[in-house]
Write a protein that binds this ligand. Structure first.
Ligand code: PLZ
Length: 446
């Protein structure tokens, strides 16, 4: 089976020829357990040999429906032809120089593109990195350097990464932080807007958060406020309308750098190129990664020129940051989003998911909340007749889906959210088939 070629020409079907995981996948899992550190867990132990469109094919010949995109990365689809072509050409040209030793055009082109496409029409600069966490770390470095202040405000349910600084910024203890401290100082967590659970308007939730900020930190000590426009790992929590603009206005009025972490929401995922655009919010800095480069590791900080240029030459960098291969992939990926109007496709996907679960909710009150935007949708499951998080049910749904050949991700502080992050290249038919299996799982766990 290893001779299967990935990309959109793979048969777009769900096909099970063994139970999941099949014998070859189990073999790999045994080797993984013997060779890979136990802390590196896997959600679904299938050994992938090819992927494309809306499917992933495993070593046993099973074809699974992909509703996760490797956590919102392969928006353009796995092995998208334009990405494969650009990467292949770049690899033949050169593979690495270290941009801060000897530069190359691809990096500059990606920076130009980001400066043009990210929210706001002010003068911008970008700096490229490898991972989302690294982008977040650098955004904080830059904000501190610019403001000459230390404080960082983050929110309940936030996720920003697994490095020391970003662990400290992340809300959830297990599995991200437990036993890995101590964490960096000067991070203060305040209330977020979680309409399903707090029942507040955006303005009311912002007042709660801003009061906490003023009482617990004070603008004079605060370098940055950072927030995901839709909180990802924390449960796909879309804030009530008006929450983000109120935070942004307060930050601007108080000399605090307002950072949007669009690592998960960015690049067409939510039905717009960036989630900030839905409410016309213009951040001072924005972090991006995941969907930026069709699966190759790349991340960025983009923002106001005067803030970005504050750090001294040599202050920002890293051996692999803005790899020429990743930059080639990013240029092809961004062009694909634009050419194929994938933001509009994300909206269509969101409409299908919303309609499907809204119908189901009429007869099953364990579907507590259906939320998100575009192809970043989630269902929060609760115990019947209450708002009590139903984590066991959520786990059972993901397990049922896996057994039936659907890669389905969960999330949420309470572990009771199923999230839908399909590649934007998935067909309506495959998407609907995947959703039906989730509905079947719900029935099977009545
Ligand atoms: N900011 C908003 O969603 C990564 C984490 C997967 P890295 N989310 C997926 C896992 O279990 O490690 C994320 C994010 C937001 C930052 C990050 C961090 O991005 O590329 O994983 O470092």
């Amino acid at each position: 089976m290893v001779d299967v070629i990935g990309g959109p020409s793979l048969p777009q079907e769900r096909k099970l020829v063994t139970s999941i995981p099949g014998p070859k996948s189990q073999e790999l899992l045994a080797r993984k357990n013997a060779a890979v550190a136990a802390g590196v867990g896997v959600a679904l132990p299938v050994s992938i040999v090819a992927a494309g469109g809306g499917v992933m094919v495993d070593a046993d010949g099973n074809s699974l429906i992909d509703l996760g995109s490797g956590i919102a990365v392969t928006g353009v689809g796995n092995s998208a032809p334009a990405v494969v072509e650009a990467v292949t050409a770049q690899v033949q040209q050169f593979t690495h120089t270290c941009f801060t030793v000897t530069p190359y055009e691809g990096y500059v082109q990606v920076a130009e593109k980001l400066n043009e496409l990210t929210p706001g029409d002010h003068e911008k600069r970008s700096a490229l990195f490898n991972s989302g966490a690294e982008a977040v770390e650098n955004a904080i470095k830059i904000a501190r350097h610019y403001t000459k202040k230390n404080g960082v405000v983050v929110f309940d349910h936030a996720y920003h990464g697994r490095t020391n600084l970003t662990m400290g910024m992340t809300a959830k203890n297990m599995p991200y932080k437990d036993g890995f401290g101590p964490f960096a100082p000067e991070i203060t967590r305040v209330a977020t807007s979680y309409p399903y659970r707090d029942g507040l308007t955006g303005a009311e939730a912002a007042e709660v958060a801003l009061t906490q900020i003023e009482k617990q930190v004070g603008a004079a000590n605060l370098a940055a406020i950072i927030i995901e426009p839709i909180q990802g790992e924390g449960g796909f929590i879309a804030p009530a309308e008006g929450f983000l603009p109120a935070l942004q206005e307060w930050a601007t009025a108080n000399g605090v750098v307002f950072i949007l972490d669009e690592v998960q929401t960015g690049f067409a995922r939510t039905g717009d190129l960036f989630a900030a655009n839905h409410e016309g919010v213009v951040p001072d800095l924005v972090t991006t990664a995941k969907g930026i480069a069709g699966g190759l590791p790349l991340s960025a900080v983009t923002g106001r020129a005067e803030i970005m240029d504050s750090a001294h030459a040599g202050g920002l960098g890293g051996t692999y940051t803005g790899s020429p291969i990743s930059c080639a992939a990013a240029l092809a990926t961004i062009e694909t989003y634009e050419k194929e109007n994938l933001a509009a496709r994300a909206s269509e996907i969101g409409a299908i998911i919303t309609e499907f679960f809204t119908e189901l909710q009429k007869t099953d009150d364990r579907i507590g909340d259906i939320r998100g935007r575009g192809a970043m949708m989630a269902v929060e499951f609760v115990e019947s007749g209450s708002m009590k998080p139903a984590a066991a049910l959520t786990g059972a749904i993901a397990k049922h889906a896996a057994n039936e050949g659907v890669i389905l991700l969960t999330c949420g502080t309470y572990g009771n959210v199923v999230r839908f992050l399909p590649p934007l290249s998935i067909s309506d038919e495959l998407l609907r088939e995947g959703l039906q299996i989730v509905a079947d799982a719900l029935k099977a766990n009545a």
